[in-house]
Design a protein around this ligand. Structure first.
Ligand SMILES: CC(C)(COP(=O)(O)OP(=O)(O)OC[C@H]1O[C@@H](n2cnc3c(N)ncnc32)[C@H](O)[C@@H]1OP(=O)(O)O)[C@@H](O)C(=O)NCCC(=O)NCCS
Length: 186
């Protein structure tokens, strides 16, 4: 049985069950602490009965700068999932789903219009996971991860958006901004 709670800095010593996974990025320590300091409610962990971290999600709240307002790439206030991972032995138990739902609730509490994230186009399991939670492909970005695959189709990356809170979605549709955000190719 997993226990869910907000991330604490000493959890960084307990990430190894999750971070040995090839699809889980490992960042500089300061990067995790910055997320903890700025967006604590969007940084949640799942721990087992021994206190091991068996999953975590970290995200942020942001919008494009004002001078982007008339660009087709402008993104209004939204939450972004920077990392979500579950230890291999704890997968398919609903932990990833619960962590993502917790981040979505925190995003909603902060008036985010939607939640987005990047995922490698070769990470089929994660894509299935996000699809099962109602996410869809918004845009494919070439070489987002910067690791220059020799096959260009493999180096492209996908940006996904969740369903926005209905009221804010309607507000976006009225102002025309939502169409810009949702209008990317599948
Ligand atoms: C993606 C990941 C976070 C999913 O975590 P999880 O706790 O196993 O997912 P859940 O148990 O909450 O799964 C929810 C649903 O997602 C879908 N899903 C999850 N894993 C799946 C898989 N391997 N294959 C197909 N569908 C999958 C299923 O519909 C599942 O519901 P079900 O088990 O009732 O069928 C986990 O596989 C992981 O840590 N992968 C490595 C890191 C990674 O790729 N992170 C994403 C980077 S963007």
């Amino acid at each position: 049985m997993a226990n869910f709670r907000q991330f604490r800095p000493d959890d960084l010593n307990k990430f190894s069950k999750c971070n040995l996974d090839p699809f889980t990025e490992t960042y500089e320590l300061g990067f995790y602490l910055q997320y903890h300091a700025k967006w604590p409610s969007l940084f949640q962990v799942a721990e087992d009965q021994h206190g091991n971290i068996i999953g975590y999600i970290m995200g942020k709240l942001e919008s494009s700068p004002d001078y982007y307002k008339f660009s087709e790439h402008y993104l209004p206030w939204h939450a972004h999932i920077t990392a979500v991972t579950v230890a291999p032995e704890a997968r398919r138990l609903g932990i990833g789903k619960m962590l993502t739902e917790q981040l979505e609730a925190a995003a909603d509490a902060n008036d985010a219009w939607f939640v987005d994230l990047f995922v490698r186009s070769t990470n089929h399991k994660a894509i299935q996971f996000y699809k099962s939670m109602g996410y869809s492909i918004f845009r494919t970005v070439k070489d987002y991860y910067g690791d220059h695959s020799s096959d260009p189709t493999k180096s492209s990356r996908i940006l996904r958006h969740a369903q926005a809170h209905e009221e804010r979605r309607q507000e976006g549709a009225r102002s025309g901004k939502w169409r810009e955000v949702r209008g990317g190719p599948e």
